[in-house]
Design a protein around this ligand. Structure first.
Ligand code: FES
Length: 77
């Protein structure tokens, strides 16, 4: 689930790849606040929130069944 909407990930896909494939990652005004710069966990530009894990780097986080991903700023930010 991405921001409460069902999405289908590919086998082995990470969150950044999922968002990019859905046309959401690089879209100005899209749901994500970040972009992908380094793709190796160093810049934190791709940060998203995952239920039960807090803020993670989308480029390093594999999608799994039942995962709930939240883009944009955290509540109360
Ligand atoms: S793109 Fe740099 S940490 Fe993910």
């Amino acid at each position: 689930m991405l921001d409460g909407k069902a999405v289908v990930a590919r086998e082995g896909e990470n969150v950044a790849a999922l968002l990019a494939r859905l046309g959401l990652l690089f879209s100005p005004g899209g749901p994500t606040t970040g972009v992908v710069w380094c793709c190796m966990g160093a810049c934190l530009a791709c940060a998203v929130r995952v239920q039960g894990r807090g803020t993670v780097q989308a480029c390093l986080t594999r999608v799994h069944e039942g995962m709930r991903i939240f883009s944009g700023p955290p509540p109360n930010a």
